[in-house]
Design a protein. Structure first.
Length: 395
């Protein structure tokens, strides 16, 4: 049988057996993400790879294709051109069954190489939003809601269900027309339940000249969420997970002998344990908050190494001390992990994802990035010990 995104003991036992049989599947998709062609046999897997990271775009890939029959010529009448997408799967054989995991849905960003061996650079669908491929650029300033509809932010309007729902703003961004009969993204965004009925409570103003990601990132400052594309091409909206890292179950346990020696990368000159955020309201009142890493478990806490403060950040939605506090803590967490990481190699673990916990010899780490060779072999993982990350004590 074939299973998709199924994690069970049989799958884990296969990964730990020392004799892993891998499978790969590469599918070319149309803009609506319907399958067009299986390109697995037309792909040089030894020179193809996938990279995940905890920043956007979260997933990137490189495919070196084999074009001996001219079916993959690069022109508007063939498969390789604008508006094309790809989905990549990696599978592990276990007792005659195959456990498949999607490594993402990607859009084409560049094509290089030779006529017989085109090299396709791919990025996940966040590139549709951030301007990488220059879609849905807006020249005018955007106000949500407009100045004439500010009553939609009132407690009364929200109580009556007449306000502006957060998830509807996201949907409208994704449903923008491209000018060729298609819309930016057909797939429904997937949000944590707390965002399903969330109303906008402060006017969001985006200065002239922006792509959709600017709106998503502006709203994220207020509502403290992360937005990224998951492995099946849905824009995922989830609350920041930093304070849950101590309690989330690890997605894999790397024991001794299952990974190479750890290589450290501690950037002492770029590590901060203090961050100030400022803001103001419409009356000109100034607010600020300084987040400090006093986590007693953290080896980079202020009480141990002294206060190391990054530059002050000003935010447009900082109309209260609470909003400044939330964003200061968020920034401090985001800045800590990449500067205090370890890396190692292991056999390919298809379900590994960025910003999720793993165990390394019994210690919990958070995955920062991972490089997957599509031919099997070894993958490289970068991760940060959970103890380095500031967190909120749960009372």
């Amino acid at each position: 049988m074939e299973y998709f995104d199924r994690y069970d003991n049989k799958y884990v036992s296969a990964l730990k057996s020392g004799r892993i049989i891998y499978h790969t599947r590469i599918i070319a998709l149309n803009w609506q993400e319907q399958g067009l062609m299986d390109l697995t046999d037309k792909t040089d897997l030894k020179n193809s790879s996938v990279t995940i990271q905890n920043t956007n775009p979260r997933r990137k890939a490189t495919l070196k294709l084999i074009n001996t029959d001219n079916s993959l010529d690069v022109n508007e009448n063939k498969l390789l051109w604008y508006m094309r997408k790809f989905q990549i799967f990696k599978g592990v054989e276990a007792g005659g069954d195959i456990y498949w995991f999607s490594l993402g849905i990607y859009t084409v960003t560049d094509i290089s190489g030779t006529e017989r061996s085109p090299v396709v650079s791919l990025s996940d669908k966040y590139s549709l939003l951030n301007g990488d491929i220059k879609l849905t650029y807006t020249e005018a300033e955007l106000q949500i809601p407009s100045s004439g509809e500010l009553e939609l932010l009132s407690d009364e309007a929200i109580a009556q269900g007449k306000g502006i729902m957060f998830i509807n703003v996201i949907r409208e961004l994704l449903q923008q027309p491209l000018g060729n009969g298609y819309i930016l993204d057909d797939k429904e965004p997937v949000a944590d339940p707390e965002f399903d009925k969330l109303f906008i409570q402060k006017q969001c103003v985006i200065s002239a000249g922006f792509y959709p990601a600017a709106v998503i990132e502006e709203l994220s400052q207020t509502n403290m969420y992360n937005a990224y594309y998951n492995t099946y091409g849905h824009l995922k909206i989830e609350r920041n997970l930093s304070d849950d890292y101590y309690y989330l179950a690890p997605i894999f346990d790397f024991t001794r002998g299952e990974h190479s020696p750890l290589t450290t990368d501690y950037k002492f000159t770029q590590t901060f344990n203090s961050q100030t955020v400022t803001g103001s309201d419409v009356d000109g009142s100034i607010y600020y908050y300084t987040a400090r890493n006093d986590n007693p478990r953290s080896p980079v806490r202020i009480s141990l190494i002294g206060e190391r403060r990054d530059k002050q950040v000003s935010i447009s939605n900082g109309n209260s001390e609470r909003r400044c506090e939330m964003y200061a803590k968020y920034l401090l967490k985001q800045k800590t992990a990449p500067k205090l990481s370890v890396s190692f190699e292991s056999t390919v673990i298809p379900h590994i994802d960025a910003d999720r916990p793993i165990l390394i010899d019994g210690e919990k780490f958070i995955v920062q990035s991972a490089d997957f060779p599509l031919s099997g072999g070894s993958m490289k993982i970068s991760a940060c010990s959970i103890d380095y990350i500031p967190y909120e004590e749960q009372g």
